[in-house]
Design a protein around this ligand. Structure first.
Ligand code: SF4
Ligand code: SF4
Length: 96
């Protein structure tokens, strides 16, 4: 089982240096440059840390999936802004 970086990744490099297994490196997905996790190397940080270090440091919501294929940092979890409130604010801005 492994964590997985998905499209929302903005290639900020933050996770690359904190992975205890050297599982994270620059790569591409769907033709877009962003970081990837080598599933064969990811240990879920077991034995090194209580929490997945990549997910703990990632500043972007929805960029990393946990082994259950759920967002490690779901929308609103880092900003504190409820997703429905953000969607309403964005709709209001776009209507201006
Ligand atoms: S969960 Fe841990 S071992 Fe797996 S990629 Fe993230 S930092 Fe590396
Ligand atoms: S910390 Fe998050 S946004 Fe930054 S490179 Fe890693 S997965 Fe991508």
């Amino acid at each position: 089982m492994a964590y997985e970086i998905i499209d929302n990744c903005v290639s900020c490099w933050a996770c690359e240096g904190v992975c205890p297994s050297g599982a994270i490196s620059p790569g591409t997905l769907h033709g877009k440059a962003h970081f990837v996790i080598d599933a064969k190397k990811c240990t879920e940080c077991e034995g090194d840390y209580a929490d997945a270090q990549c997910a703990s440091i990632c500043p972007i919501e929805g960029a990393i999936l946990n082994p259950l294929k759920a967002w490690a940092n779901p929308p609103g979890s880092l900003t504190g802004i409820p997703p429905e409130r953000l969607a309403a604010a964005m709709a209001e801005i776009q209507a201006r």
